[in-house]
Design a protein around this ligand. Structure first.
Ligand code: IFM
Length: 491
């Protein structure tokens, strides 16, 4: 049951300001919130398999039930409506649509998203759908997963099925979420599904994800969709010192975190420092003629997920051993910093790095389309206080300071069209299970009851303030219009 959201809260006086038409939203992802893992003909995903392996996920948690969003989506849409957001970013579970990753659509799977989309539209919230947020059908992993090109081809077909059914009502489409995690964390580090620790396999996965993006984009264009992007998680990388070794380590980390995605997508090239970064693995054997053109086809926006900067130091490289397919090792480690607060993820809180990241990104890639911040938020040690509420002051401060940093980037000329908080709900935080809480709404995992936190009310007030300033209603920026009023963009 949804608890009262006390709309009267007014004790958060300072709100960052944004241009008229700027979109506010909240985000979730299918495996993290839906549950209902064996309902409606859904097939198993790599996360069902991985989370069942002993020791992979904290507390042995799985997404079997998660927040039960599959059954409680009406309650969650009511929370979104009351929050006052323009957009809800959710992801579509490929194994609900194609239980084995190929063949005709499973009608029950499409029906679920159909109901969700209609509920959102009736509530005045625009749906923004991500097509791949890491829940690959297990049957495709069994045939090689993202290591093989076939998976990219299947992804294009799946996208066409979804676009055919939902394309008339979903305005904004995101092909992939954070392919960095789907490839390197899943296939090299092994901390995400499918849990592989490979070198060339991970590089091939990174490339095939981009090919899959290109094929999905093509399918969406064929279905007449005009608001299509990809979500990346570029990192602001800071050297631990001025030493030549640390600076070189940052260059390699930049290839891994940033250039490997942004260069082919927005600059028509593969990264310059590949050989230095990947060593013997940099043979590009998984590339084919025409891939760059496919990957680099024009987009309408790029989604940016930002949480924290990373401080990088050089580290001894292990011998690359292609034969044994050792994990990618770029000779760099992340180092801890003592000068700032860290969230419960251990991530440093440095809002100004958000501004710097965005400003540098648009300088570096002049061909970049407009940006949406498709995720930003913090995991905090929330508790329910004696008054029955969650007073998550650290999260409120995090959101306030990061939105202020975003407003600074807009004032500096970065074309940002919207911001989605991660996350609407506490949810399954991958290898951390349910130990990390990112939600602005608390989920009691015993009762599945939702409880809006102070951060929910702060965000609600901020959105109201924005609306008052610009005298506009929710969702007034037309999906696909791509324009903000120029005069409101100057400070
Ligand atoms: O929960 C994740 C999300 O799935 C992808 N981006 C980062 C979030 C926090 O770790």
């Amino acid at each position: 049951m949804t608890s009262s959201t006390s709309p009267e809260t007014t004790d958060f006086p300072e709100f960052p300001t944004f241009p008229r038409g700027f979109a506010f939203g909240a985000a979730t992802a299918s495996y993290q919130v839906e549950g209902a893992h064996d309902v409606g003909g859904r097939g198993p995903s790599i996360w069902d398999t991985y989370s069942r392996q002993p020791g992979k996920v904290a507390g042995g948690a799985t997404g079997d039930v998660a927040c039960d969003h599959y059954h409680r989506y009406r309650e969650d849409v009511a929370l979104l409506r009351e929050l006052g957001v323009d957009d809800y970013r959710f992801s579509i579970a490929w194994p609900r649509i194609q239980p084995t990753g190929e063949g005709p659509a499973n009608a029950e799977g499409l029906d679920f998203y159909d109901r969700l989309v209609d509920e959102l539209l009736a509530a005045g919230v625009r749906p923004a759908a991500t097509l791949y947020h890491w829940d690959l059908p297990q049957a495709l992993e069994d045939r090689g997963g993202w290591r093989v090109r076939e998976t990219a081809e299947r992804f294009g077909e799946y996208t066409a099925l979804v676009a055919e059914r939902l394309g008339d009502r979903i305005g904004r489409w995101i092909t992939l979420n954070e392919p960095f995690c789907a490839s390197f964390v899943g296939y090299a580090i092994g901390r995400h599904a499918p849990g592989a620790q490979e070198g060339r396999g991970a590089l091939a996965a990174a490339h095939h994800l981009l090919v899959g993006h290109g094929l999905a984009l093509r399918a969406l264009r064929a279905a007449g969709r005009s608001e299509v992007g990809i979500t990346l998680n570029p990192d602001r990388l800071l050297p631990a010192s001025d030493s030549a070794a640390d600076l070189a380590a940052v260059r390699r980390a930049d290839t891994l975190h940033n250039a490997v995605w942004f260069d082919p997508l927005f600059a028509g090239r593969y990264p310059e420092h590949e050989a230095e970064t990947w060593g013997e693995l940099a043979d590009g054997s998984y590339r084919a003629d025409g891939d760059l053109e496919l990957i680099g086809a024009p987009l309408d926006f790029v989604g940016v997920n930002y949480y924290r900067p990373i401080t990088i130091a050089a580290a001894p490289r292990r011998e690359p051993d292609v034969a044994r397919r050792t994990a990618v090792d770029i000779g760099a480690v992340e180092s801890w910093r003592d000068d700032v607060r860290h969230t419960t993820m251990g991530w440093p809180v440095v809002p100004e790095a958000f501004t710097d990241l965005l400003v540098e990104l648009v300088e570096r890639y002049p061909g970049l389309p407009p940006l949406y911040i498709t995720e930003n938020g913090s995991a905090e040690a929330d508790t329910v206080a004696e008054d029955g509420q969650v007073h998550d002051a650290d999260r409120v401060a995090y959101l306030r300071d990061h939105l202020a940093a975003l407003a600074d980037a807009v004032r500096a000329g970065v074309d940002v069209r919207g911001y989605y908080v991660w996350s609407l709900l506490d949810n399954f935080e991958w290898a951390f299970g349910y130990d990390k809480r990112f939600g602005i709404v608390r989920v009691d995992y015993d009762t599945l009851e939702r409880l809006p936190k102070d951060s929910y009310r702060w965000y609600q007030d901020m959105i109201r303030d924005h609306r008052r300033t610009h005298a506009e209603g929710p969702g007034q920026q037309e999906a696909g219009d791509g324009q903000q009023e120029e005069e409101t963009r100057t400070p």
